[in-house]
Ligand binder design. Structure first.
Ligand SMILES: Nc1ncnc2c1ncn2[C@@H]1O[C@H](COP(=O)(O)OP(=O)(O)OP(=O)(O)O)[C@@H](O)[C@H]1O
Ligand SMILES: [Mg+2]
Length: 452
């Protein structure tokens, strides 16, 4: 038996199979199948490290083959070959677990690079499983606090995609924790021992940003007195976080697209081609799809970035999380400031949960910090609140969807259960007023049972 990795090529066109086999034969053991069904038959009695499959084939197509492969253990790496116009399907396939896709006609250099990387990452599979097992699923995840249903969903996505190389786009209002999520993706990935390199794209003029990202050679422009390595190079083996990606100008968008597709680039003013192994995570507080529609952002780049999408809900839509976060920051900041503040009164907590938090978690932290610093009491009270929060509670702010309500309802049921239906104690634990609890019990139809 050969020591070389096995690649199964699945394509209905014999010419394509032959061409690929010829190119890969020197480094790999090659098998061929003319459609998904044939491929599965072959896999009954053999095993493949990589399945290189066409997307469109008569009989069983690439997508169907993918779903069958997902159930196999060990699972081969699946790389799809796509024709013009298949990009959305290919992106969908990546979301479901395909490793990557390549456009036809296949660029063989690109394919070889992809295969090398895929096989190296496959070896890390066992390590990934161990990492996953360490994750705390309850109220927090890598310093990210959130018990609400939408945040639990965010944790699930992170857990699922962190071990992969998939590009992740994080969207959300300012202060919702986009950078925190980017760091968590790095922390939970096999790249954790590599660098995490953040770049704030909106902070630099386009030309500066280009040399910041790609580096420059000595003499590339006035002021370039030294050769300098860019952030892509510095992030080799790790994660590059491009924050405010929506602000990048079109010329630079093209260059980033090229790095994503080819994993190589040249420094500004340079000719040497540099290859990097970087996992890209991007963030924006704009609606990137809208920017594509308006012609401000390249569609092809958008699809490359959008492979996995994490949307962080605004804090005002996560009332339960406000309570958790307020308590968390109180503890942390009281300790930091040498104060012995033991809690937040129910009235003050009601005001905190009623506020709309345009600055989201960052604003909440600042508010708690200010209250802690200025307070002299044992608890934070309404009198410690900044003026903006002391006004009448927002009456008719639209609450978000049913997932959120479900989460809140569940928190209430759990608290009542823990306190044997003692509503006063349950309200205390939830940090809300007994009156508020009553209102919510009515709202959620929980008034009859459980009884007090
Ligand atoms: N769910 C959370 N749990 C704990 N801390 C959080 C959470 N979300 C945000 N934070 C904290 O709030 C602050 C803002 O978060 P972060 O910088 O990640 O936001 P952002 O979405 O990147 O904001 P911007 O768009 O303004 O850059 C940080 O101090 C971060 O630690
Ligand atoms: Mg940020």
């Amino acid at each position: 038996m050969s020591q070389r990795p096995t690649i199964l090529i699945v394509d209905d066109e014999k010419n394509t199979r032959d061409g690929l086999a010829r190119a890969l034969r020197k480094d790999y053991h090659i098998a061929e199948a003319e459609n998904g069904l044939r491929a599965l038959e072959w896999l009954e009695t053999h095993s493949a490290d990589v399945v290189l499959s066409d997307l469109r084939m008569p009989g069983m197509d690439g997508m169907a083959l993918l779903s069958r492969l997902l159930a196999r253990e060990p699972r081969p790496v699946l790389i799809l070959l796509t024709a013009y116009g298949d990009i959305e399907t290919a992106v969908e396939a990546m979301k479901r677990g395909a490793y990557d896709f390549l456009a036809k006609p296949v660029n063989l250099d690109r394919l070889e690079l992809l295969l090398k990387r895929a096989l190296a990452e496959r070896q890390l599979g066992a390590e990934n499983k161990r990492l996953k097992a360490q994750i705390d699923a309850k109220y927090g995840f890598e310093n990210i606090i959130g018990a609400s249903a939408p945040m639990q969903e965010v944790f699930d996505v992170i857990r699922q995609v962190a071990p992969t190389r998939a590009t992740v786009l994080i969207q959300g209002e300012s202060g919702t924790g986009k950078e925190l999520v980017a760091r968590a993706l790095h922390q939970c990935s096999p790249r954790v021992h590599g660098p995490f390199v953040p770049v704030h794209c909106a902070a630099l003029a386009p030309t500066l940003l280009e040399s910041e990202l790609f580096g420059h050679e000595k003499g590339a422009f006035t002021g370039a007195t030294e050769r300098r390595r860019g952030r892509f190079e510095l992030a080799d083996g790790g994660t590059l976080f491009l924050d405010e990606i929506g602000e990048i100008d079109p010329a630079l968008q093209v260059k980033i697209l090229r790095v994503l597709e080819e994993r190589r680039f040249e420094r500004v003013g340079g000719t040497e081609t540099i290859e990097v192994d970087v996992r890209l995570v991007t963030a924006t507080n704009r609606d990137l799809r809208q920017q594509v529609a308006e012609g401000k952002f390249r569609e092809d780049l958008f699809y490359r970035l959008f492979v996995v999408n994490v949307t962080l809900p605004p804090l005002r839509e996560r009332e339960g999380d406000i309570v958790l976060l307020a308590r968390h920051y109180l503890q942390e900041l009281a300790a930091e400031n040498g104060k012995t503040i033991t809690g937040i009164t129910p009235e003050a907590m009601d005001a905190l949960t009623a506020y709309s938090w345009p600055g989201n978690v960052r604003e909440l932290r600042n508010v708690i910090e200010r209250m802690v610093v200025l307070s002299n009491g044992e608890k934070l009270t309404v009198r410690d609140l900044p003026a903006a929060l002391r006004g009448p509670a927002r009456a008719a702010t639209p609450r978000s969807g049913s997932a959120l309500r479900d989460a809140e309802r569940q928190m209430i049921i759990d608290a009542l259960r823990r306190h044997k239906n003692n509503r006063t104690r349950a309200a205390q634990e939830l940090g809300i007023h007994r009156r508020t609890l009553h209102r919510k019990l009515n709202e959620y139809g929980l008034r009859e049972s459980p009884k007090e």
